[in-house]
Write a protein that binds this ligand. Sequence first.
Ligand code: SAH
Length: 386
Amino acid sequence: MSIVPDVTVGTRTLAPASNKRDLVGLTREELAAAMRDIGEPERAVKMRANQLWHWIYHRGATSFDTMTTIARDMQKRLDEHFIIGRPVADQLQQSSDGTRKWLIRFADGEQAECVHIPEEDRGALCVSAQVGCTLTCKFCHTGTMKLVRNLTAGEIVGQVMLARDTIGEWPSPKDGRMISNIVMMGMGEPLYNVENVVKALKIVMDGEGIALSKRRITLSTAGVVPMIGRIGEELGVNLAISLHAVRDELRDEIVPINRKYPIKDLLQACRDYPTANNARRITFEYVMLKDVNDSPADARELVRLLAGIPAKINLIPFNAWPGAPYECSTPEAIRRFAGIVLEGGYSSPVRVPRGRDIMAACGQLKSASVKKRASERYREANGPAV
Ligand code: SAH
């Protein structure tokens, strides 16, 4: 493991230092409205919004004075009212396998983690949706944190932009991207922050900006059933389901959201998912926990449950963390399980753990942000009582 000195640390303007409005995270319509707000004439509003979109999301500009297609006096006016925000990387760690993990600090000081998992000629960026998580899944490190807060759309897109700053991926390349895929598999439950996640992913998917296609984006959920259809309709991204158990009794215990949305309802939402077909199968994630969910009977039940769903099953060897109450299944148990699933007609790749040495693998993310009582927040905002 090595700590890579990070050039972005401390070099960005932090939003709270100014009362200027951050343009990152606004929809195209909101961007146009912001131009109207500073008195741009109606006939110029759309053109300005398009120019800004191009500079912010295609070129990665972080200040207005680099926007050479915009006249100097307009650059100045923009700078008087707005910033192009970036969160700050408090720390950037690199694993021996090339995986990188950013500890990202947002404008209010809260922190979340973001991970880049490179392959030879491409790579996935694992993005967080919340600071902390409410789900309390038994095997997940993030689950030991309380939910601190939802991330805004700008903070979600900001993770992608910061990673691109570090990796040097501006302007948006046509081919050969090292951030070629995005997985909403970082901290938090994306479907408990669905408004901001949808807004952020629409920005990421916009063809004139970051321009990542919906086929290259995967959203993972532990099963917030009522929100699943909306993701299919509004975004059409790939869906991943954190299943992890095939009986309600066990799933109630290890993925407690199951008590609210049991397996049957979850699988029905998957059957109804609009883009699910053989070319774009739903991924079912299944963490391999020794003597908990890894028996041949579990594997057979999994095959039975998924009948009729275009699915692939991603077996994830359990990644340990300090104090974790489980152990990873043995290689033989994993092989046996994968064999049964494969024989049942489903592809069952075993996920190679990446970034374990820097605690960047699935389920290992955790930041030091803690949920504060309202009184503490008040004191921080207003100073000690006198
Ligand atoms: N809340 C969403 C997004 C998080 S994705 C969801 O649950 O899908 C993170 C993935 O890693 C999930 O599939 C999660 O269940 C899995 N995971 C959590 N802890 C893990 C661990 N210790 N080892 C391996 N995978 C884990």
